[in-house]
Ligand binder design. Structure first.
Ligand code: SAH
Ligand code: AVI
Length: 325
């Protein structure tokens, strides 16, 4: 069978990525408390570790979102009738197949996966183009907090942001991101957003601190990235993975905590960084939502909540949003 073309547009170039990393490291490791943006987890190994997380017994999110999508994808497709499906932070796009299948039987001709992780995105693009002959795949390598305006338009579109990746933004980043998504939408387009919901603390913390230690490896991977890309000399054994839930801010916080005092050199950022014993580096937040909290934020960005789909236990939800005029 002949395969429709794959096009890959790269909006983050080598030097710029390096500059972004140096900027984030210089700002984040000088701050008090220290922090790094989660974007830097996702080299090829980080993307593979994330895939392993999605299969963990404790990480209910992927399984639950998949079950919801299985049930509602035909309805979503019937309501939106997309010609193009854009997926921000697509990763392996495994769940997205549940939308593509009914949509190609209707009038979908183009899939636009957008991700920061270039090698991983190329694999995803190839697999989808092979499995869905006739579907043109236009992959975009970029940062969804900077380059969303560069998403190409191929007709009436459904923009998907699954997995509750929106939870990895802080409040200001989330508001900015939602406004940018609203800008992408014309009348008739829609936005499908996956959100993880507030629940029992033990269940939430277990999802970010699994017994097999995969999330700990994922967290430590950011130090591997700094060692490789910036010549840093982090001793990975000297840092421990910590996950906690801040109920007031409704978010999981992931940190790397120095077991003993550490002096780390980061030559390519021209830095020497000291960690006191017990000092923590914030590496990720993962905000948990309620129907009301996300609806308010969507509305503030000009997005109306047209459908709310959740599982029987109310663990995870998909929001189908339409642009408000
Ligand atoms: N959508 C998939 C993957 C979620 S993991 C799912 O639901 O399972 C988060 C994805 O976002 C990863 O593929 C990662 O490479 C990508 N990502 C993280 N930060 C990003 C950024 N700033 N810009 C674009 N993609 C990013
Ligand atoms: C990608 N993102 C939605 C995941 C989350 O649950 O916040 C990343 C992750 N971090 C640890 N486990 C999974």
């Amino acid at each position: 069978m002949s395969r429709a073309p794959i096009t890959i547009a790269i909006h983050t170039f080598g030097r710029e990525v390096r500059d972004d990393l140096v900027r984030d490291v210089r700002a984040g490791l000088r701050a008090d408390p220290k922090s790094l943006p989660p974007r830097w987890f996702y080299d090829e190994r980080g993307s593979e570790l994330f895939e392993a997380i999605t299969r963990l017994p404790e990480y209910y999110q992927t399984r639950t979102e998949t079950a919801i999508l299985k049930e509602v994808a035909p309805e979503v497709v019937a309501l939106v009738r997309p010609e193009a499906l854009v997926e921000l932070g697509a990763g392996s796009a495994e769940k997205t197949r549940l939308l593509i299948e009914p949509a190609v039987r209707d009038r979908l001709t183009c899939f636009v996966p957008f991700d920061i992780s270039e090698a991983f995105l190329q694999q995803t693009a190839r697999r989808l183009a092979t499995d869905f002959p006739g579907l043109a795949v236009y992959a975009v390598v970029g940062d969804f907090s900077l380059h969303v305006d560069r998403v190409p338009r191929y007709g009436q579109q459904l923009v998907a942001f699954l997995g509750s990746t929106i939870g990895n933004f802080d409040d200001d980043q989330r508001a900015r991101f939602l406004r940018q998504v609203r800008e992408l939408l014309c009348p008739g387009d829609a936005f499908l957003l996956g959100v993880d919901l507030v629940k029992d603390e033990a269940e939430l913390v277990a999802a970010y601190d699994d017994a097999a230690g995969v999330t700990a490896e994922f967290n430590l991977n950011v130090l591997r990235v700094l060692n490789r890309e910036l010549g840093a000399d982090f001793d990975l054994d000297a840092f421990e993975h910590v996950a906690s839930f801040d109920r007031e801010r409704s978010r999981i916080e992931m940190r790397l905590r120095a077991r003993t005092p550490q002096r780390v050199t980061v030559p390519q950022a021209a830095m020497v960084v000291d960690f006191a014993a017990g000092e923590a580096l914030l590496t990720e937040i993962s905000v948990k939502f309620t129907r009301d909290s996300i609806r308010r934020e969507l509305e503030a960005s000009g997005l109306g909540l047209a459908r709310w789909y959740t599982d029987a236990r109310g663990r995870f939800a998909l929001c189908l949003c339409m642009p408000e005029v």
